[in-house]
Design a protein around this ligand. Structure first.
Ligand code: IFM
Length: 439
């Protein structure tokens, strides 16, 4: 790990941590069912057979968690609002209490309105889900908008489409491959309608959290480059292009349902900022005609690309390579590609899974990525914030509780919280950033 002083970020830079409702709240009996409840009930879907019924029990322990946030010294807390909870009697009361507690602790609430826990019975393959989402968003904004300034519409529609609808690794467990594309379109439409609904409620600081990473071709061979380009389209351009340019990448619009031209006008509603979740780049080559085990995921043989290992890098416990400079590459690449159209960027997630309380590997990962982010700032990218994934160890979807991303350890037997070494490191970083520069 580098030991020289962390460079200073611009004044007003927003430091925070992120979580999501389904991964931490628990109290499943006090909300309606989501697609994740049905999915985790199916044997074999979650690696350790666990469910999120209790998770970190944040629903009952949110005061303790807000105290941890205050002690950490973050400016902001990104959490998600559970649509199935809001649909249940009294469901919004919980977020009212949470937002009050955050405001009292001097931590800005930054809610994400959809982080994968779709109410059971709804389906992103249905266009109507987008309109239903906008109604729910209006209700949440109407209730919390007097205290919440900054909003996030969706979390990672790319992953939700790919893992949930194309490959069947996440809820709702569909294996539609390219027939999953309507789920992407309807989420993007839902985003645009939500931006309008939020603005109608007076909101002025709206973004989205999209997962992005550089795609590295496995070699210079044309077949590898072509495959990598296609992967890049699916992960990056399919979601960023319509939002930032009002167009789908060439050839994609034809595959989408409905009046795509009219929908694109909604999807491209101007954003106040653009959220990027970054974990690692992906190395991609031509298809190899066989299933691939990659980062805990089995990719089918019929995909028109194959994902290859990035050699010579440290790996997280999840097997993901640690490549901080990928973040600089991603952001400088975005600035070029979307020149004049990219609003200020916020890193809405960045983090890693490692075991142990003395998590020096996590410190090294975060330190490297924050420095890489600063290099992007130096290169002229307008970056306004950085959120660590995650405050707490939590329910890591199909991996259950086996992957620990938290700055705070959670004992899933006793639910006791114990700050890790990385929590102390991040607290010191924030204090350091706030100290007046010498001289
Ligand atoms: O835990 C997830 C989160 O829900 C979405 N982004 C990636 C994280 C780590 O896999």
């Amino acid at each position: 790990m580098a030991t020289d002083a962390m460079p200073r970020f611009p004044d007003g830079f927003l430091w925070g941590v992120s979580t999501s409702a389904h991964q931490i709240e628990g109290a499943a009996a006090l909300r309606g069912p989501s697609v994740w409840d049905a999915f985790t009930a199916e044997p074999g879907r979650v690696r350790d057979g666990s469910t999120a019924a209790v998770a970190c029990d944040h629903y009952h322990r949110y005061r303790e968690d807000v105290a941890l946030l205050a002690d950490l010294g973050v400016d902001a807390y990104r959490f998600s609002v559970s649509w199935p909870r809001v649909g249940s009697p009294g469901g919004l009361d919980f977020y009212d209490r949470l937002v009050d507690e955050l405001c009292a602790a001097g931590v800005r609430p930054v809610p994400t309105l959809f982080h994968w826990d779709l109410p059971a019975g709804l389906d992103w393959l249905e266009r109507d889900t987008a309109a239903r989402f906008a109604q729910y968003v209006s209700a949440v904004a109407g209730r919390l908008g007097d205290r919440v300034g900054k909003w996030i519409t969706l979390n990672e529609p790319a992953e939700h489409t790919l893992l949930g609808h194309a490959l069947g690794i996440h809820a709702p467990g569909r294996e539609l491959l390219f027939d999953a594309l309507p789920a992407a379109h309807h989420q993007l439409l839902a985003h645009g309608l939500a931006v309008r609904a939020l603005r109608a409620e007076g909101a002025t600081d709206i973004g989205i959290a999209n997962s992005h990473g550089p795609t590295w071709p496995a070699s210079n061979a044309p077949a590898d480059r072509e495959a990598a380009d296609f992967y890049d389209l699916l992960l990056n351009r399919l979601f960023a292009d319509p939002l930032l340019t009002g167009r789908y990448p060439e050839g994609v619009g034809e595959l989408m349902p409905g009046d795509v031209a009219a929908d694109l006008e909604v999807i491209a509603e101007p954003l106040d900022w653009y959220g990027v979740n970054y974990y690692a780049p992906t190395r991609v080559g031509a298809p190899q005609g066989a299933e691939i085990e990659f980062g805990g995921v089995t990719l089918p043989a019929e995909l028109p690309f194959s994902v290859r290992e990035i050699e010579g890098r440290p790996r997280t416990d999840f097997g993901w390579p640690v490549v901080p400079e990928g973040l600089t590459e991603l952001l400088t690449g975005f600035r070029e590609r979307y020149a004049g159209r990219l609003p200020p960027v916020v890193i809405t997630e960045n983090g890693c899974s490692y075991e142990g309380l003395d998590d020096q590997d996590r410190i090294a990962y975060l330190d490297g990525h924050v420095r890489a982010l600063h290099r992007a700032v130096e290169a002229g990218v307008d970056v306004r914030g950085y959120f660590v994934w995650s405050l707490l160890d939590n329910f890591e979807w199909a991996e259950g509780y086996a992957r620990r991303f938290g700055l705070v350890h959670v004992d899933f037997e006793t639910l006791a919280r114990t700050p890790k070494a990385s929590y102390g490191w991040f607290r010191e970083l924030l204090a350091e950033q706030r100290r007046a520069p010498v001289g």
